[in-house]
Design a protein around this ligand. Structure first.
Ligand SMILES: Nc1ncnc2c1ncn2[C@@H]1O[C@H](COP(=O)(O)OP(=O)(O)O)[C@@H](O)[C@H]1O
Ligand SMILES: [Mg+2]
Length: 228
């Protein structure tokens, strides 16, 4: 049976791509077949084969099954503004249901499909729908990446509230020190544990010399917990 997670974050730049890629590698090391999806990507660059997203390319490098670029990243937009603005500027007609149907069909081809959502929970995708609406249409539980930086308790609490409001299930959260060192990491994580009604699957320290293999190994216990 295929399983999946919809990965969202407390903000952009909190480590969603980094952690999703490491989790794909950790699940792969655990013997699972894996695929990934970045349904909507902004800030893409033009290549001979069309627009490409750095996030989607990272996910493709970390998954262990084959899928075409378009299957992984159906909507690639050049602008770096919020997806709704980009979608309008690029006249892309997006429907949440189409994206959800594509992800469900991709999920049948691997044990695990990890989907990196755009931005945070309330990031707009179309004129009317947010990342949370897309997650709801897909139906996977949520993994919340909390960027451990000033303001994160507020951002995490608001994200949890929004997920709850939509009726989305939180499978767990990962704290990531995404901005260099956090003043009081232990106290911050302790407070987050009380605020977030789901398991903390890992706490990742800032790595000045980022070692992706080591990060994937660090997430082996998280992958085992998720797959349980
Ligand atoms: N714990 C960390 N240690 C070192 N670099 C990190 C860490 N977390 C995130 N980064 C870096 O921060 C940037 C933003 O991370 P990314 O995964 O792209 O965030 P998001 O997908 O949430 O926008 C990337 O360059 C990433 O490599
Ligand atoms: Mg990303």
């Amino acid at each position: 049976m295929s399983r999946g997670l919809f990965i969202t974050g407390t903000d952009i730049g909190v480590g969603k791509t980094l952690i999703t890629s490491a989790l794909l590698q950790a699940l792969g090391a655990g013997g699972y077949t894996t695929l990934a999806m970045k349904p909507v990507a902004t800030g893409c660059w033009q290549t001979a084969d069309g627009l490409r997203s750095e996030d989607a390319e990272s996910l493709i490098a970390a998954m262990n099954q084959d899928a075409s670029y378009r299957e992984v990243n159906p909507v690639a937009l050049e602008t770096i503004s919020e997806p709704v603005v980009s979608a309008l500027q690029n006249r892309v007609d997006l429907t949440i249901d189409e994206l959800a149907a594509q992800s469900v069909s991709l999920s049948r081809r691997a044990d695990w499909l990890l989907i990196e959502g755009p931005g945070g929970v309330q990031t707009p995708i179309t004129r009317t729908d947010t990342a949370a609406d897309l997650a709801l249409a897909i139906g996977f539980p949520i993994l919340l990446v909390v960027g451990l930086r000033p303001g994160c308790i507020n951002h995490a609490a608001m994200s949890v509230e929004s997920l709850k409001e939509k009726g989305l299930r939180l499978a767990g959260w990962i704290g990531n020190e995404c901005d260099g060192s956090t003043a009081d990491l232990t106290a911050t994580v302790h407070t987050l544990e009380k605020k977030i009604p789901a398991d903390c699957l890992a706490v990742i320290r800032w790595q000045p010399r980022l070692d992706r293999q080591q990060l994937a190994r660090q997430l082996h216990p998280a992958a085992r917990k998720i797959a349980r």
